[in-house]
Write a protein that binds this ligand. Structure first.
Ligand code: P6P
Length: 332
């Protein structure tokens, strides 16, 4: 049996052998992985752990917070604030940034996360996950929200942990995508796939079809052509999947290809889309690009969008290169 490579060994070799990542970033990623293990433990308790249901509060997005949203957020804050590798954190669940308290040393990295993406699926036992993105803090004293407003192509690490039948950590530091499956008996993430590649073509699309009447013409044209199947302009039949957990849909696309769309729609014309740029679209977009896929907002590369606000939203079309380029090409 080939040697089992743990996440720790993988990161140490990235640091020592390939000089790919500095020790502080290695430490940061190990801490995030440990936090994800704790979140996975809480998630898998379900009804036995009194962690299901609503917390009775709304988050900064005006969405009802689930108990596990708050638990996951607290786990990530508690795990990361004392290590000396971070200057500040930002979360979907917090309005402003969380500056590392003065009682701890400040580091040179900024960590953003959606602590529990897909939380509408928590109570129905469908896969959910944690999404994270790491930036370098710009030079200079102190840290502010402005320091976070960097384009996605400036990320130094990004990934997610999906809490499904397996708990799997998926990570990039800019030289490809690797997947680590949690060995619960040992409590270690074990490397189970390296150099993940997304097929350039696919027959599978992921979109919330109930919003069809609200879509813009280019997206409607693309989906109509997929639905027309063999007899239509695409000359092939398509399959559809929609988990309503971005982590689960992106994991499927990284594993077997596909195209994911959460486009602008006319329900709230001033909102560019539902998903958030900084801690959903940017980390997922980088992972997809690192695996040979493409990620746009319908008009431009997601990773080139200059953020203006911490929680700004964006349209997202990502996955198999040829499909994303087709949908993007339909946009004026
Ligand atoms: P809808 C989960 O709430 C999320 O932010 C993404 O994970 C997911 O892709 C999307 O929203 C689902 O949205 O409108 O289909 O419920």
């Amino acid at each position: 049996m080939s040697a089992r490579i743990s996440l720790t060994r993988y990161l140490v070799e990235k640091q020592r052998v390939h000089d790919r990542i500095p020790s502080d970033l290695r430490l940061l990623l190990e801490v995030v992985a440990r936090a994800c293990k704790s979140i996975s433990h809480a998630v898998t308790k379900g009804a036995l752990g009194d962690v299901l249901g609503s917390a009775g509060t709304d988050n900064v997005q005006g969405e009802i917070q689930k108990k596990l949203d708050i638990i996951a957020n607290e786990v990530l804050i508690d795990a990361n604030e004392w290590g000396g590798h971070l200057a500040a954190m930002a979360s979907e669940e917090m309005e402003g940034i969380y500056v590392v308290p003065n009682r701890y040393p400040q580091g040179e990295y900024l960590l953003m996360f959606d602590p529990l993406d897909g939380s509408s699926n928590i109570d129905v036992n469908v896969s959910i996950g944690t999404i994270f993105s790491v930036l370098k803090k710009p030079e200079g004293a102190g840290v502010s929200e402005q320091d976070f407003l960097q384009c996605g192509h400036q990320q130094v690490a990004a990934g997610y942990c999906i809490y499904g039948p397996q708990t799997t950590l998926v990570l990039t530091v800019g030289d490809g995508v690797a997947m680590f499956t949690l060995d619960r008996e040992q409590g270690s993430f074990i490397l189970t796939q390296e150099d993940v590649r997304i097929p350039e073509d696919t027959k599978e699309f992921a979109i919330n079809m109930s919003n069809m009447r609200h879509w813009d013409a280019p997206v409607k044209r693309y989906i109509d052509e997929c639905l027309a199947g063999k007899q239509g302009p695409r000359g092939k039949d398509f399959n559809m999947r929609w988990v309503a957990s971005m982590v689960a849909d992106v994991h499927r696309i990284l594993t077997r290809g596909g195209v994911f769309l959460y486009p602008w729609d006319k329900r709230e014309p001033d909102k560019p889309g539902k998903l958030r740029l900084m801690y959903e679209a940017n980390p997922m977009g980088w992972l997809v690009e690192q695996a040979g896929g493409t990620a746009t907002d319908g008009k431009q590369r997601i990773l080139d969008i200059q953020p203006k606000k911490l929680h700004q939203r964006v349209s997202v079309i990502l996955g198999s290169k040829n499909e994303v380029e087709r949908v993007t090409g339909y946009h004026p």
